[in-house]
Ligand binder design. Structure first.
Ligand code: 3PG
Ligand code: MG
Length: 399
């Protein structure tokens, strides 16, 4: 791609220079304890940060976490992330308690060569996500003042037209970090000429969230396997009753239309695990996909479906997977996700896992991350990339 990357910046020499790095450190936190439950996104930016530290840069890291509403909100503080990042880097990370205020200024000024600072949550400031160019621009000016160069390593946020992603690179010499470079290299293989058969597995709760990517992928794939909460809207479109399962009534017609146009590429569950309630200990049975009892809801795909999906995956040469097959957080409904994930690792294929939930599922189920070709740190971002959309964060780096 026609984008300068970290190596170009390192070749110019960064020793003693302030480098502003946009990372996506939006990690899941335990609601009770506030502890980080999955540090995958922090580990994913270590190659970029480590290289800058090694080269003697003064590294200023910024990120969002969650969706605070443009003002400070302690439950979304990045402080715990600074702690974990310091552990992983093996050196303390200086934490600023605001983003562009007094604390940020003195923290940045106090950095020695090879030290790292983390600014407080970007979204504590209205300007970060504002639709108003001027408001975003004013915030971007303040951020840009902290760096002499800008590195975007926040792949998970490149689909957002936000100040730190879109407006700051217009104000500073800019490059893609190691993570962004790798993500784009991998995903461009899927949009280019993937080795066939190319099999895509989609799950997650809503068809409406995935409609655009289904439309974009259908002509490209050999098989599209659909599980997760969204399969029930498709089953309904096939004329089946789905009990009290998740259903997007207004999408049934769209799903029917997709099935008609899919030339048999779409595979749906033939059996599902149906439960009395959405609870870890709910009574449940495997039932036929066309025989879900009216008082029950489907919470996972069934074993026959897993076997069918696994057979399709065993033929694949390229696989993309986004979205869990069931409520994998509850052990009783994790078999579908586990079975599909294992089938992907066994296939002799280049496999890409896209998105927060699927990546978290891989780790939560104790699967070996290295048995997948690539685990993307972007959920929405990887889907929008595959849809062929222009991603504001990438476009800004190309300029
Ligand atoms: C994500 O988790 O999807 C990214 O960090 C982007 O977050 P957002 O969807 O709140 O913009
Ligand atoms: Mg998202």
């Amino acid at each position: 791609m026609s984008i300068r990357n970290l190596d170009d910046l390192l070749a110019e020499g960064v020793s003693g220079r302030r480098v502003l790095v946009r990372a996506d450190l939006n990690v899941p936190l335990d609601k009770q304890t506030g502890e980080i439950t999955d540090d995958g996104r922090i580990r994913a930016v270590l190659p970029t940060l480590g290289a800058l530290v090694q080269a003697g840069a003064k590294v200023v890291v910024c990120s969002h976490l969650g969706r605070p509403k443009g003002a400070p909100d302690p439950q979304f503080s990045l402080r715990p992330v600074a702690g974990r990042l310091g552990e992983l880097l093996g050196a303390p990370v200086h934490f600023a308690t605001d983003t562009v205020g007094d604390s940020a200024r003195s923290t940045v000024e106090g950095l020695a060569d090879g030290q790292v600072a983390l600014l407080e949550n970007l979204r504590f400031n209205k300007g970060e996500t504002s639709k108003d160019e001027t408001e975003r621009g004013t915030f971007a000016d303040q951020l840009a003042a902290f760096g002499e160069a800008y590195v975007d390593d926040a792949f998970g946020a490149v689909h957002r037209k936000h100040a730190s992603v879109y407006d700051v690179p217009a104000r500073l010499p800019h490059v893609a970090g190691r993570l962004v470079l790798r993500e784009v290299e991998v995903l461009s293989k899927l949009t280019g000429e993937p080795e066939r058969p190319y099999v895509v597995v989609l799950g997650g709760s809503k068809v409406s969230d995935k409609l655009a990517v289904i439309e974009a992928l259908l002509p490209k794939v050999d098989r599209l396997l659909i599980g997760g909460g969204m399969c029930f809207t498709f089953l309904k479109a096939q004329g089946h009753e789905v009990g009290t399962s998740l259903l997007e009534e207004e999408m049934v017609e769209t799903c029917r239309n997709l099935l008609e146009r899919s030339e048999g590429k779409i595979m749906l569950p033939v059996d599902v695990v149906a439960a009395d309630a959405f609870a870890p200990d709910a009574a449940h049975d495997t039932v036929r996909a066309d025989g879900i009892p009216s008082h029950r809801l489907g919470l996972d795909i069934g074993p026959e479906t897993v076997a069918g999906f696994a057979a399709a995956l065993s033929q694949a040469k390229t696989v993309f997977w986004n979205g869990p097959m069931g409520v994998f957080e509850m052990a009783a409904f994790a078999n579908g996700t586990r079975g599909v994930a294992e089938a992907i690792t066994k296939a002799d294929a280049f496999s890409v896992v896209g998105g927060g939930d699927s990546a978290a599922a891989v780790r939560a189920l104790g699967l070996d991350e290295s048995s997948f070709g690539h685990i993307s740190t972007g959920g929405g971002a990887s889907l929008e990339y595959l849809e062929g959309k222009t991603l504001p964060g990438i476009a800004a780096l190309e300029k």
